[in-house]
Design a protein around this ligand. Structure first.
Ligand SMILES: O=c1ccn([C@@H]2O[C@H](COP(=O)(O)OP(=O)(O)O[C@H]3O[C@H](CO)[C@H](O)[C@H](O)[C@H]3O)[C@@H](O)[C@H]2O)c(=O)[nH]1
Length: 317
């Protein structure tokens, strides 16, 4: 299969590229390198089945060039920062909604008929049902980021049904692992490198979410995409996460321990009842029964994934 991976130089994207290349596919990456890096793809740059395109999906001509001749698109390009919603809603709209529209238009023109999209647990907002299944509703995101992901999902569903594109949406929990360059673990490590005696924790530390290692994530995406292609359905959505959760305070304890430190924890208190920032969902756990019924399940739980990620980011493994 010839595959386009948007955002393929980024954290999750580059791990997906690794697997696609190892499985013998032809892979084209489109990435603007705003957050991703060629370093993440260094094993593949000169490979005959690999092609890198440097470009911004906000440009329609670039999207059209990128989708030319591919059988399927994995759309991972996005700005993943929930916390910038208050300062930069337009950026989140452009880098999640507009680029998805551009990509769908390009796929329509070039007659590309299969799409996988990385959406987010944040589309559920403050769900009343925990763990939250895919058919939970009404969906009421509480961040601009979550709203943008939901808007992108909706566009994809509309295009899928109108133009016969087989499209599957993956609603991801908090994905962590090697090459991640944002998020709570990355932040804590950097804060402790600057000041080993004191760790600032945004919010009240009780934010409790499900974390999944990137290796489990990529495996789920590839497996479920393959299963989805075999089915008659034109559009589907899957939650991908682990079956337990962990608090931010517990993450702080793991990071401190792995760094051999015993810092004083300083809780900022945050906003709106202990959130790290406006729009931060305090409690998130996805129901993954649908993916499990297809034959996928995570190898690591949240605690194991956090521990492994800390070690990976510290260069210990
Ligand atoms: O210095 C920090 C950084 C983060 N946090 C807390 O740690 C939790 C996790 O924050 P991250 O920035 O790691 O992740 P988010 O939950 O905001 O979002 C992540 O997971 C989402 C899906 O669940 C989206 O996919 C999104 O792109 C991805 O960044 C939050 O509750 C936040 O308040 C702190 O307490 N201190």
């Amino acid at each position: 299969m010839k595959v386009l991976v948007t955002g393929g130089a980024g954290f999750i994207g580059s791990h997906l590229v690794d697997r696609l290349m190892e499985d013998g596919h032809e892979v084209r990456v489109l990435d603007d390198l705003s957050a991703g890096s060629l370093e993440n793809l260094k094993g593949w740059i000169d490979h005959e089945r690999f092609e890198f395109m440097h470009g911004d999906l906000r440009r329609r001509d670039i999207c059209e060039k990128a989708v030319k001749g591919v059988d399927a698109v994995f759309h991972l390009a996005a700005n993943p920062e929930v916390r910038i919603g208050t300062q930069s809603p337009e950026l989140l709209y452009e880098t999640n909604v507009l680029i998805t529209y551009n990509l769908l238009e390009a796929m329509r023109k070039e007659d590309v008929k299969a799409l996988a999209f990385t959406s987010s647990s944040t589309v559920y907002g403050e769900a009343k049902t925990i763990p939250t299944p895919e058919d939970y509703g009404p969906l009421e995101p509480i961040s601009v980021y979550g709203g943008a992901k939901l808007a992108a999902e909706a566009l994809i569903s509309g295009y899928a049904h109108t133009f016969d594109v087989k499209a599957v949406v993956f609603r991801l929990a908090n994905i962590i692992g090697k090459r991640s360059n944002h998020g709570v673990i990355y932040d804590f490590i950097n804060k402790l490198k600057k000041n080993p005696n004191r760790l600032e924790i945004l919010g009240d530390g009780t934010q409790r979410k499900s974390y999944l290692h990137v290796s489990d994530t990529v495996e789920a995406m590839l497996y479920l995409f393959k299963e989805f292609l075999k089915e008659d359905k034109i559009y589907d959505a899957y939650n991908i996460g682990s079956e337990d959760w962990i608090t931010v305070k517990e993450i702080a304890e793991i990071v401190s321990r792995e760094m051999g430190l015993n810092p004083e924890f300083y809780f900022t208190g945050g906003v709106d009842g202990g959130r790290g920032w406006k729009g931060d969902v305090k409690v998130m756990l996805l129901n993954i029964e649908k993916a499990k019924a297809k034959g996928w399940k995570p190898k690591m739980n949240s605690y194991q994934a956090v521990e492994k990620t800390v070690r990976e980011l510290l260069g210990k493994e």
